[in-house]
Design a protein around this ligand. Structure first.
Ligand code: PMP
Length: 417
């Protein structure tokens, strides 16, 4: 198993000068629930489907930077396009016309996109979407589905989180996922008050099996939003371009009014986009909303190269095939040791859970053994497939997973069998 002396030493230094050392989901803060002793904390290099940590340990990476790595780290076509643009210009007083090229490509690719507005992070565009819904309807309330995650702006947080005011979340309404009668009741109760409904295309939350929508669910949500004059916002920050290049709303057979993209948009270059229907274009134009780096040209060039390559590869079909191959193999490897591995969500963004222990700690132990053998998984978050992954990588992963299941099984005789 790997050891992490250099990562640990860097983390000790980080704790002195960075709040919590490494913050957010990439750090070992409480609630992340990765067994920290089993994880490296700093990387030093990445290429294709792999990265190397500070101690030189190599990983087959199924977290993909939590999504942005969609073609493989350092994809040569994306790197070449970014480098060519870098030689010309990046952040300048007025934008490069490559912004227009990128917007045209998005409008051509995404079914519900008549326009594209660029920013940097996912939260920039989910916030813009909510402001747009409120400006368009002159209403206040926003409907969410239980288990939602739309970033870290105050409106996305919970009342009991530090720094969040009652006012920040006073207009949030939460409906259970995939429960049409409950949604119908909520909208009826708040008739004339709801500006927008924001939702991931399916429930891909943490610490729980991911849940696809029931057939017909989204079509009925669309109908209810139309009936109540509610702006339907799809948060495709995580699933975007992994299920369907035309948008995850297109994948599930409906049309969003607004759709938010970020992670897979430029293979790691920092750009996000809100796309939407013509009916809302003037409303977006009327808002006060921008940022210092939002029109930087290098990420636009990277984004054009990324989308072009994803289209050429028919990447969603590839992700589905590789994800299915991998999860099928993992389930069989678990069964070999008398363990029951449950996979959920779309294969391109597979979520895993060992069902032999309700506390989820057995699962965490298995993941830790995989990480320490060079297969980077995270315990209670969905994973990501990228286009650099090969069937040989998948086979290697299953081999490591098999060994890790054996270790966990031997450590827990109480499981019986
Ligand atoms: N929405 C969803 C569904 C996400 O997965 C994320 C990021 N994990 C966000 C919004 C926020 O994106 P960002 O962290 O880039 O602001």
């Amino acid at each position: 198993p790997y050891t992490y002396a250099k990562s640990r030493a860097a983390f000790e230094r980080a704790l002195q000068v960075v709040p919590s050392g490494v913050y957010g989901h990439q750090g070992p803060a409480e609630g992340c629930a990765v067994p920290v002793s089993a994880y490296p904390l700093f990387s030093q290099r990445a290429e294709g489907t792999r990265f190397w940590d500070l101690d030189g340990n190599e990983y087959l990476d199924y977290m993909c930077g939590y999504g942005p790595n969609v073609l493989g780290y350092g994809d040569p076509d994306v790197q070449a396009a970014a480098a060519a643009q870098q030689r010309l210009e990046d952040v300048v007083t007025i934008p490069s016309s490559i912004m227009v090229d990128f917007a045209e490509l998005l409008v051509d690719t995404v079914a519900s996109a008549d326009w594209a507005f660029f920013a940097k992070n996912g939260g920039d565009v989910t916030t813009l979407a909510v402001m747009t819904a409120r400006a368009a309807t002159r209403r206040k309330k926003i409907v969410f589905f239980e288990g939602y995650y739309h970033g870290v702006a105050p409106w996305t947080q919970k009342l009991d989180y530090p720094g969040v005011l009652e006012e920040d979340v006073a207009h949030n309404l939460v409906a259970p996922w995939d429960d049409l009668p409950a949604l119908e009741r909520l909208l009826a109760e708040h008739r004339g008050e709801v500006a927008g409904l924001i939702a991931q295309p399916y429930l891909h939350g943490n610490f729980a099996d991911n849940r696809l929508p029931s057939p017909g669910f989204w079509q009925e949500v669309r109908r209810l939003c139309d009936a109540h004059g509610v702006v339907l916002i799809v948060d495709d920050v995580r699933a975007g371009f992994r299920l369907d290049l035309a948008g995850s709303d297109h994948h599930f057979g409906f049309k969003a009014d607004l759709i938010c993209f970020c992670k897979a948009l430029a293979n790691g270059y920092n750009v996000s986009a809100l796309c939407g229907s013509d009916a809302l274009k003037d409303v977006v134009s009327s808002l006060t909303y921008t940022g210092s780096y939002w029109l930087s040209a290098v990420p636009f060039a990277a984004g054009i190269a990324t989308l072009t390559k994803l289209r050429a590869l028919d990447a969603p079909a590839l992700f589905d095939r590789l994800g299915t191959e991998l999860t099928t193999g993992l389930v069989a490897a678990a069964a070999d040791h008398g363990l029951h591995l449950v996979t959920s969500g779309a294969p391109a963004l597979f979520y895993l859970r060992l069902a032999d222990d309700d506390s989820l700690m057995l699962h965490q132990e298995w993941v830790a053994e995989c990480v320490q053998r060079g297969v980077y998984l995270t315990s209670h978050h969905n994973h990501f497939i990228n286009a650099a992954l090969t069937s040989a990588d998948v086979a290697r992963t299953i081999e490591v997973a098999h060994e890790a299941f054996g270790i966990v099984r031997a450590r827990h005789p109480e499981l019986g069998g």
